[in-house]
Design a binder for this molecule. Structure first.
Ligand code: NAY
Length: 288
């Protein structure tokens, strides 16, 4: 399960319906052009929290059907409705997803016992492995080393997608849990995380910049830090431009400029203005 995983974006049509043809093209682009090691499906980048359960299932089905066993697949099943999370976990497991992931429950300021119960409840009901999805900036849920240790006590919890800029905590988790999988979640910090010996990374920008992410990770693993820093620098030039222009919309426009039918984002995410679409085309020409 090591390596570079794309946090897969999803193609929606003008009315917010899943565009199957476009989604298949995004998958193919990630496997054939970006050559990533795996896909993280229905994460933040897949607009998971803007979709119905039926739409999420459709995405899981289409992606698995397109991928077969070409690359590893992680299904993000976290939902505030715990019954839905369990149902999605069972659904993705039956489809043959290699592992599950679930975002920490958010919005109601759950205490740690509740967070722990959420993971254990999902895992009691499904025969699969779990990667904790920790993204405090979006969920407001921060966990310390001792709390990660408690979650890791469940043997089915095999790792964490660590989307936080806290390198002190990242180093402590790495040191304390050499056998758990740690995936770096901020693409702009990939090199720093790789130096701390993470097992891989999961990122949205890998949809358009996966090849460079693979280079950074491989160079860091070979301790070729100066070379890795050069690639991270170009990567961060691109990420800075993407973030300034609108994250997911810009990734979709960059893909469209390369002939991939990446579609639109679901409301309330807004459409890019014409000048921002032009910016994205320029990014595609310059970086991809
Ligand atoms: C997800 O579930 O799709 C992710 O969390 C992927 C991680 C990304 N975070 C978000 C919120 O999109 O790739 C990062 C991020 O987009 C990138 O580092 C730019 O900041």
């Amino acid at each position: 399960m090591n390596g570079i995983y794309t946090a897969l974006i999803c193609s929606f049509d003008e009315n917010g319906k899943v565009n199957e043809k476009g989604l298949r093209e995004i998958v193919r682009h990630n496997i054939d052009v970006q050559k990533v090691d795996g896909l993280y499906v229905n994460g933040s980048s897949g607009e998971n929290f803007l979709m119905s359960a039926d739409q999420k299932k459709k995405v899981f089905e289409i992606v698995k059907d397109e991928v077969k066993d070409e690359v590893k697949l992680i299904a993000q099943v976290g939902a505030l409705d715990i019954d839905e999370a369990v149902e999605l976990a069972q659904f993705a497991t039956d489809l043959g997803y290699d592992a599950l992931s679930a975002v920490t429950p958010f919005y109601y300021r759950f205490d740690f016992e509740e967070v722990k119960d959420y993971y254990n409840t999902i895992l009691e009901n499904v025969d699969n492995k779990m990667i904790i999805y920790s993204i405090p900036a979006l969920t407001g849920v921060s966990m310390n080393l001792e709390q990660f240790a408690e979650l890791f006590e469940n043997e089915k919890v095999i790792g964490v997608k660590f989307t936080a800029p806290d390198f002190f905590l990242l180093e402590r988790i790495r040191h304390a849990f050499p056998d758990k999988l740690i995936y770096s979640g901020f693409d702009e910090m990939l090199l720093s995380a790789a130096v701390l010996n993470v097992d891989g990374a999961i990122g949205s920008t890998f949809n358009v910049n996966g090849q460079r992410a693979k280079q950074i990770y491989a160079l860091a693993k070979e301790s070729r830090i100066d070379e890795a820093r050069e690639v991270q620098k170009v990567t961060n030039d691109l990420i800075a431009e993407i973030l300034a222009n609108g994250l997911y919309q810009t990734i979709k426009e960059i893909l469209k400029a390369q002939g991939v039918d990446a579609g639109y984002c679901r409301k309330p995410m807004k459409r890019l203005t014409e000048d921002k679409v032009e910016n994205a085309k320029a990014m595609a020409a310059k970086y991809c």
